[in-house]
Design a binder for this molecule. Structure first.
Ligand SMILES: *Cc1c(COP(=O)(O)O)cnc(C)c1O
Length: 385
Protein backbone atom coordinates (compact mmCIF):
# COMPACT_ATOMS: atom_id res chain seq x y z
CA UNK A 1 0.00 0.00 0.00
CA UNK A 2 2.84 2.41 0.81
CA UNK A 3 5.39 1.01 -1.61
CA UNK A 4 5.23 3.84 -4.14
CA UNK A 5 5.52 6.50 -1.45
CA UNK A 6 8.56 4.75 0.04
CA UNK A 7 10.19 4.51 -3.37
CA UNK A 8 9.56 8.23 -3.86
CA UNK A 9 11.34 8.99 -0.58
CA UNK A 10 14.25 6.77 -1.63
CA UNK A 11 14.65 8.56 -4.98
CA UNK A 12 14.94 11.88 -3.15
CA UNK A 13 17.45 10.57 -0.61
CA UNK A 14 14.88 11.03 2.17
CA UNK A 15 14.15 7.40 3.08
CA UNK A 16 14.79 6.64 6.75
CA UNK A 17 15.73 3.09 7.71
CA UNK A 18 16.51 1.52 11.06
CA UNK A 19 18.22 -1.57 9.68
CA UNK A 20 21.76 -0.21 9.52
CA UNK A 21 21.56 1.63 12.84
CA UNK A 22 20.94 -0.88 15.61
CA UNK A 23 23.92 -1.30 17.90
CA UNK A 24 25.48 -4.60 18.95
CA UNK A 25 27.17 -2.81 21.86
CA UNK A 26 26.27 -0.45 24.71
CA UNK A 27 25.94 3.27 24.00
CA UNK A 28 29.29 5.07 24.24
CA UNK A 29 32.17 6.71 22.38
CA UNK A 30 32.87 3.44 20.55
CA UNK A 31 29.95 1.41 19.22
CA UNK A 32 29.41 -1.64 17.01
CA UNK A 33 26.87 -1.52 14.22
CA UNK A 34 26.42 -4.55 11.98
CA UNK A 35 29.85 -5.82 11.03
CA UNK A 36 31.51 -2.53 11.94
CA UNK A 37 33.18 -2.59 15.34
CA UNK A 38 34.69 0.30 17.27
CA UNK A 39 32.96 3.01 15.28
CA UNK A 40 33.76 6.38 16.80
CA UNK A 41 30.36 7.73 17.80
CA UNK A 42 29.40 11.40 17.36
CA UNK A 43 25.68 10.72 17.25
CA UNK A 44 24.45 10.16 20.80
CA UNK A 45 22.83 12.43 23.38
CA UNK A 46 24.58 10.52 26.15
CA UNK A 47 26.55 13.72 26.86
CA UNK A 48 28.11 12.58 30.12
CA UNK A 49 28.74 8.96 29.18
CA UNK A 50 26.35 7.76 31.90
CA UNK A 51 24.25 5.32 29.83
CA UNK A 52 26.84 2.59 30.37
CA UNK A 53 28.46 3.90 33.56
CA UNK A 54 29.07 0.94 35.94
CA UNK A 55 27.36 2.61 38.93
CA UNK A 56 24.33 3.55 36.81
CA UNK A 57 24.01 0.04 35.36
CA UNK A 58 24.39 -1.41 38.86
CA UNK A 59 21.61 0.87 40.18
CA UNK A 60 19.33 -0.26 37.34
CA UNK A 61 20.04 -3.91 38.20
CA UNK A 62 19.34 -3.30 41.87
CA UNK A 63 16.00 -1.65 41.05
CA UNK A 64 15.17 -4.56 38.75
CA UNK A 65 15.92 -7.11 41.44
CA UNK A 66 14.07 -5.20 44.13
CA UNK A 67 10.94 -4.12 42.20
CA UNK A 68 10.77 -6.38 39.11
CA UNK A 69 10.72 -5.71 35.38
CA UNK A 70 7.44 -3.94 34.66
CA UNK A 71 5.40 -1.32 36.47
CA UNK A 72 2.15 -3.20 35.84
CA UNK A 73 -0.21 -0.22 36.00
CA UNK A 74 -0.57 3.53 35.65
CA UNK A 75 0.99 5.61 38.41
CA UNK A 76 -2.53 6.44 39.61
CA UNK A 77 -3.30 2.77 40.16
CA UNK A 78 -0.40 0.70 41.49
CA UNK A 79 2.39 1.35 38.93
CA UNK A 80 4.61 3.61 41.06
CA UNK A 81 7.18 2.51 43.64
CA UNK A 82 9.02 4.16 46.50
CA UNK A 83 11.89 4.50 44.00
CA UNK A 84 9.72 6.72 41.76
CA UNK A 85 9.01 8.96 44.74
CA UNK A 86 12.69 9.04 45.67
CA UNK A 87 13.65 10.18 42.18
CA UNK A 88 10.97 12.89 42.25
CA UNK A 89 12.23 14.16 45.58
CA UNK A 90 15.79 14.23 44.18
CA UNK A 91 14.68 16.02 40.98
CA UNK A 92 12.75 18.66 42.94
CA UNK A 93 15.80 19.27 45.13
CA UNK A 94 18.09 19.34 42.05
CA UNK A 95 15.92 21.98 40.37
CA UNK A 96 15.05 23.87 43.55
CA UNK A 97 11.29 23.44 43.14
CA UNK A 98 8.58 22.30 45.53
CA UNK A 99 7.65 19.28 43.49
CA UNK A 100 8.48 16.97 40.58
CA UNK A 101 6.64 14.34 38.56
CA UNK A 102 8.06 11.53 36.40
CA UNK A 103 6.65 10.89 32.92
CA UNK A 104 7.34 8.06 30.49
CA UNK A 105 9.32 9.99 27.88
CA UNK A 106 9.93 13.54 26.77
CA UNK A 107 7.77 12.98 23.72
CA UNK A 108 4.92 11.63 25.81
CA UNK A 109 5.22 14.41 28.40
CA UNK A 110 5.02 17.22 25.85
CA UNK A 111 2.10 15.73 23.96
CA UNK A 112 0.18 15.18 27.19
CA UNK A 113 1.11 18.15 29.32
CA UNK A 114 0.87 20.99 26.76
CA UNK A 115 -2.85 20.30 26.11
CA UNK A 116 -3.30 20.14 29.91
CA UNK A 117 -1.79 23.59 30.54
CA UNK A 118 -3.34 25.32 27.53
CA UNK A 119 -6.94 24.44 26.69
CA UNK A 120 -9.87 25.96 24.81
CA UNK A 121 -9.90 29.74 25.25
CA UNK A 122 -6.15 29.84 25.99
CA UNK A 123 -3.27 30.72 23.64
CA UNK A 124 0.01 28.94 22.94
CA UNK A 125 3.06 30.76 21.59
CA UNK A 126 5.65 28.39 20.14
CA UNK A 127 9.14 28.98 18.67
CA UNK A 128 9.24 27.90 15.02
CA UNK A 129 12.16 25.53 15.68
CA UNK A 130 10.66 23.76 18.69
CA UNK A 131 11.03 19.98 18.96
CA UNK A 132 8.44 17.80 17.20
CA UNK A 133 6.98 16.68 20.54
CA UNK A 134 6.15 20.30 21.36
CA UNK A 135 4.67 20.82 17.91
CA UNK A 136 2.51 17.74 18.42
CA UNK A 137 1.53 18.81 21.95
CA UNK A 138 0.39 22.15 20.51
CA UNK A 139 -1.59 20.33 17.82
CA UNK A 140 -3.36 18.25 20.46
CA UNK A 141 -4.26 21.32 22.49
CA UNK A 142 -7.50 23.16 21.78
CA UNK A 143 -5.79 26.48 22.52
CA UNK A 144 -5.15 29.00 19.74
CA UNK A 145 -1.61 28.54 18.35
CA UNK A 146 0.82 31.29 17.45
CA UNK A 147 4.25 30.47 15.97
CA UNK A 148 6.95 33.08 16.55
CA UNK A 149 10.17 33.46 14.58
CA UNK A 150 13.13 31.57 16.03
CA UNK A 151 14.21 33.27 19.29
CA UNK A 152 12.57 36.51 18.12
CA UNK A 153 11.33 37.99 21.41
CA UNK A 154 10.11 41.16 19.64
CA UNK A 155 7.89 39.11 17.36
CA UNK A 156 6.65 37.09 20.33
CA UNK A 157 5.81 40.25 22.26
CA UNK A 158 3.76 41.55 19.33
CA UNK A 159 1.79 38.30 19.16
CA UNK A 160 1.21 38.18 22.93
CA UNK A 161 0.03 41.79 23.07
CA UNK A 162 -2.47 41.18 20.25
CA UNK A 163 -3.95 38.11 21.95
CA UNK A 164 -6.91 38.44 24.32
CA UNK A 165 -6.78 34.82 25.46
CA UNK A 166 -7.57 33.99 29.08
CA UNK A 167 -4.30 32.16 29.72
CA UNK A 168 -1.18 32.62 27.60
CA UNK A 169 1.59 30.02 27.52
CA UNK A 170 4.94 30.54 25.79
CA UNK A 171 6.65 27.26 24.96
CA UNK A 172 10.26 26.78 23.92
CA UNK A 173 13.15 24.34 23.72
CA UNK A 174 15.82 25.64 26.12
CA UNK A 175 18.54 24.12 23.93
CA UNK A 176 17.40 23.60 20.34
CA UNK A 177 17.96 19.96 19.51
CA UNK A 178 19.13 20.25 15.89
CA UNK A 179 21.00 23.58 16.00
CA UNK A 180 22.46 23.51 19.51
CA UNK A 181 21.65 27.15 20.18
CA UNK A 182 20.10 28.38 23.43
CA UNK A 183 16.73 30.14 23.80
CA UNK A 184 16.93 33.69 25.26
CA UNK A 185 15.32 32.51 28.50
CA UNK A 186 16.21 35.73 30.33
CA UNK A 187 14.22 37.86 27.84
CA UNK A 188 11.41 35.31 27.57
CA UNK A 189 11.21 35.18 31.37
CA UNK A 190 10.99 38.97 31.65
CA UNK A 191 8.37 39.18 28.89
CA UNK A 192 6.22 36.42 30.39
CA UNK A 193 6.43 38.05 33.80
CA UNK A 194 5.39 41.43 32.40
CA UNK A 195 2.54 39.96 30.34
CA UNK A 196 1.29 37.52 32.99
CA UNK A 197 2.01 34.58 30.70
CA UNK A 198 3.34 31.14 31.66
CA UNK A 199 6.73 30.02 30.34
CA UNK A 200 6.96 26.35 29.40
CA UNK A 201 10.59 25.26 29.02
CA UNK A 202 11.77 21.99 27.48
CA UNK A 203 15.27 21.42 28.86
CA UNK A 204 15.85 17.96 27.33
CA UNK A 205 19.35 18.89 26.15
CA UNK A 206 20.15 21.27 29.02
CA UNK A 207 19.66 18.87 31.92
CA UNK A 208 23.13 17.68 32.97
CA UNK A 209 24.75 19.97 30.40
CA UNK A 210 24.06 23.70 30.81
CA UNK A 211 24.27 25.70 34.04
CA UNK A 212 26.96 23.34 35.36
CA UNK A 213 24.53 20.49 34.87
CA UNK A 214 21.62 22.18 36.64
CA UNK A 215 20.04 23.22 33.37
CA UNK A 216 19.38 26.27 31.26
CA UNK A 217 17.45 28.36 33.81
CA UNK A 218 20.55 28.13 35.99
CA UNK A 219 22.71 29.02 32.97
CA UNK A 220 20.90 32.38 32.94
CA UNK A 221 20.84 32.64 36.74
CA UNK A 222 17.03 32.47 36.74
CA UNK A 223 14.96 31.06 39.59
CA UNK A 224 12.20 28.50 39.03
CA UNK A 225 9.17 30.65 39.90
CA UNK A 226 5.53 29.49 39.73
CA UNK A 227 4.88 30.87 36.22
CA UNK A 228 7.67 28.66 34.84
CA UNK A 229 6.68 25.14 33.81
CA UNK A 230 9.88 23.17 33.29
CA UNK A 231 10.36 19.71 31.87
CA UNK A 232 13.52 17.72 31.28
CA UNK A 233 14.32 14.20 30.23
CA UNK A 234 16.09 11.30 31.89
CA UNK A 235 17.02 10.01 28.43
CA UNK A 236 19.88 12.27 27.35
CA UNK A 237 22.67 13.40 29.70
CA UNK A 238 21.17 11.27 32.48
CA UNK A 239 21.72 8.19 30.33
CA UNK A 240 18.43 6.48 31.20
CA UNK A 241 14.88 6.82 29.93
CA UNK A 242 11.83 8.84 30.91
CA UNK A 243 11.10 12.50 31.59
CA UNK A 244 10.07 14.82 34.38
CA UNK A 245 8.15 17.97 35.23
CA UNK A 246 9.42 20.25 37.99
CA UNK A 247 7.52 23.14 39.55
CA UNK A 248 5.38 24.16 42.50
CA UNK A 249 3.02 21.61 44.06
CA UNK A 250 0.00 23.05 42.29
CA UNK A 251 1.53 22.63 38.80
CA UNK A 252 2.33 19.00 39.56
CA UNK A 253 -1.12 18.52 41.09
CA UNK A 254 -2.70 19.92 37.93
CA UNK A 255 -0.60 17.58 35.78
CA UNK A 256 -1.63 14.55 37.85
CA UNK A 257 -5.25 15.45 37.21
CA UNK A 258 -5.04 16.49 33.57
CA UNK A 259 -2.02 15.07 31.70
CA UNK A 260 -3.52 12.18 29.76
CA UNK A 261 -0.08 10.71 29.01
CA UNK A 262 0.33 10.18 32.75
CA UNK A 263 -3.19 9.09 33.62
CA UNK A 264 -3.70 6.61 30.78
CA UNK A 265 -0.26 5.06 30.42
CA UNK A 266 1.63 2.48 32.45
CA UNK A 267 4.21 3.97 34.81
CA UNK A 268 7.91 3.97 33.97
CA UNK A 269 9.49 0.61 34.97
CA UNK A 270 11.72 0.63 38.09
CA UNK A 271 15.07 -0.03 36.38
CA UNK A 272 15.31 3.24 34.38
CA UNK A 273 14.13 5.07 37.51
CA UNK A 274 16.96 3.51 39.53
CA UNK A 275 19.46 4.32 36.78
CA UNK A 276 18.32 7.96 36.57
CA UNK A 277 18.51 8.38 40.34
CA UNK A 278 22.16 7.27 40.33
CA UNK A 279 22.94 9.41 37.26
CA UNK A 280 21.43 12.47 38.92
CA UNK A 281 23.61 11.84 41.96
CA UNK A 282 26.70 11.65 39.71
CA UNK A 283 25.76 14.92 37.97
CA UNK A 284 25.62 16.54 41.40
CA UNK A 285 28.94 15.16 42.62
CA UNK A 286 31.14 14.66 39.54
CA UNK A 287 31.66 18.19 38.20
CA UNK A 288 34.76 17.07 36.29
CA UNK A 289 32.57 15.14 33.86
CA UNK A 290 30.64 18.29 32.91
CA UNK A 291 33.86 20.28 32.59
CA UNK A 292 35.29 17.62 30.29
CA UNK A 293 32.14 17.78 28.15
CA UNK A 294 32.50 21.54 27.67
CA UNK A 295 36.24 21.36 27.04
CA UNK A 296 35.60 18.74 24.34
CA UNK A 297 32.85 20.85 22.90
CA UNK A 298 35.08 23.95 22.70
CA UNK A 299 37.86 21.92 21.10
CA UNK A 300 35.60 20.42 18.44
CA UNK A 301 33.81 23.66 17.65
CA UNK A 302 36.98 25.69 17.14
CA UNK A 303 38.56 22.94 15.02
CA UNK A 304 35.46 22.77 12.80
CA UNK A 305 35.48 26.53 12.41
CA UNK A 306 39.19 26.49 11.50
CA UNK A 307 38.26 24.07 8.70
CA UNK A 308 35.89 26.74 7.45
CA UNK A 309 32.79 24.61 8.07
CA UNK A 310 29.44 26.27 8.79
CA UNK A 311 28.49 25.31 12.37
CA UNK A 312 25.41 27.51 12.49
CA UNK A 313 24.64 29.15 15.85
CA UNK A 314 25.76 26.29 18.09
CA UNK A 315 26.33 27.21 21.76
CA UNK A 316 26.32 23.68 23.22
CA UNK A 317 27.70 20.15 22.61
CA UNK A 318 25.20 19.85 19.73
CA UNK A 319 27.14 21.10 16.71
CA UNK A 320 25.57 21.08 13.25
CA UNK A 321 27.74 21.07 10.15
CA UNK A 322 25.53 22.71 7.56
CA UNK A 323 25.70 21.22 4.07
CA UNK A 324 24.48 22.26 0.67
CA UNK A 325 21.88 19.57 0.03
CA UNK A 326 20.66 16.11 0.98
CA UNK A 327 23.14 14.29 -1.28
CA UNK A 328 26.01 16.31 0.14
CA UNK A 329 24.96 15.44 3.71
CA UNK A 330 24.47 11.74 2.92
CA UNK A 331 27.81 11.62 1.05
CA UNK A 332 29.69 13.25 3.92
CA UNK A 333 28.15 10.85 6.42
CA UNK A 334 29.02 7.83 4.21
CA UNK A 335 32.62 8.94 3.80
CA UNK A 336 32.99 9.43 7.54
CA UNK A 337 31.58 5.94 8.09
CA UNK A 338 34.22 4.56 5.72
CA UNK A 339 36.78 6.21 8.02
CA UNK A 340 35.20 4.51 11.06
CA UNK A 341 33.25 7.54 12.28
CA UNK A 342 29.52 7.46 12.94
CA UNK A 343 27.73 10.77 12.26
CA UNK A 344 24.43 10.39 10.43
CA UNK A 345 22.99 13.05 8.12
CA UNK A 346 19.92 14.96 9.32
CA UNK A 347 17.53 15.76 6.49
CA UNK A 348 14.15 17.34 5.85
CA UNK A 349 11.51 17.20 7.24
CA UNK A 350 13.41 17.12 10.57
CA UNK A 351 15.37 20.23 9.51
CA UNK A 352 15.11 22.64 6.58
CA UNK A 353 18.83 22.66 5.82
CA UNK A 354 20.51 19.23 5.50
CA UNK A 355 23.41 18.77 7.87
CA UNK A 356 25.56 16.49 9.95
CA UNK A 357 24.49 16.77 13.56
CA UNK A 358 27.58 16.17 15.64
CA UNK A 359 27.26 15.64 19.37
CA UNK A 360 30.37 15.51 21.47
CA UNK A 361 30.41 13.92 24.92
CA UNK A 362 32.53 13.83 28.07
CA UNK A 363 33.75 10.37 27.03
CA UNK A 364 35.52 11.54 23.87
CA UNK A 365 39.29 11.92 24.04
CA UNK A 366 41.38 14.61 22.37
CA UNK A 367 42.52 11.93 19.89
CA UNK A 368 38.89 11.11 19.03
CA UNK A 369 38.20 14.73 18.17
CA UNK A 370 41.44 15.03 16.19
CA UNK A 371 40.48 11.91 14.25
CA UNK A 372 37.10 13.39 13.34
CA UNK A 373 38.71 16.64 12.27
CA UNK A 374 41.32 14.83 10.13
CA UNK A 375 38.58 12.81 8.44
CA UNK A 376 36.49 15.92 7.75
CA UNK A 377 39.57 17.75 6.48
CA UNK A 378 40.33 14.94 4.01
CA UNK A 379 36.74 14.92 2.82
CA UNK A 380 36.67 18.68 2.32
CA UNK A 381 39.98 18.59 0.40
CA UNK A 382 39.02 15.61 -1.78
CA UNK A 383 35.84 17.47 -2.71
CA UNK A 384 37.56 20.73 -3.52
CA UNK A 385 40.06 19.16 -5.94
C1 LIG B 1 14.71 14.33 22.73
C2 LIG B 1 13.76 15.44 22.98
C3 LIG B 1 12.48 15.19 23.48
C4 LIG B 1 11.96 13.81 23.63
O1 LIG B 1 12.47 13.16 24.73
P1 LIG B 1 12.43 11.57 24.81
O2 LIG B 1 12.64 11.28 26.24
O3 LIG B 1 13.53 11.09 23.93
O4 LIG B 1 11.10 11.15 24.31
C5 LIG B 1 11.70 16.28 23.81
N1 LIG B 1 12.12 17.54 23.61
C6 LIG B 1 13.34 17.81 23.10
C7 LIG B 1 13.76 19.22 22.91
C8 LIG B 1 14.19 16.77 22.75
O5 LIG B 1 15.37 17.03 22.21
Amino acid sequence: MFLRELEGLKENGLLREIKDRDRASPQGRLISIGKRHCLLNFASNDYLGLANHPAVVEAAKKALTEFGAGAGASRLLSGGTTLHKKLETALARFKGTGSALIFNSGYSLNTGLIPAVAAEGDALFSDELNHASIVDGCRLSRAKKHIYRHKDVGHLEELIKKSDARRKVVVTDAVFSMDGDIAPLNDLYALCKAEGAALYIDDAHGTGVTGKGKGTLKHFGLKPVPFVIEMGTLSKALGSFGAFLTGPKETVGWAVNNARCLIYSTALPPSPVGAALKALELVGTDGARIERLWANRDMLLSALQRLGLDTGESETPIIPVMLKDVQDALGMSRRLLAAGIYAPAIRPPTVKQPRLRLTVTASHTDEDIERLIRALNNKCRSKAT
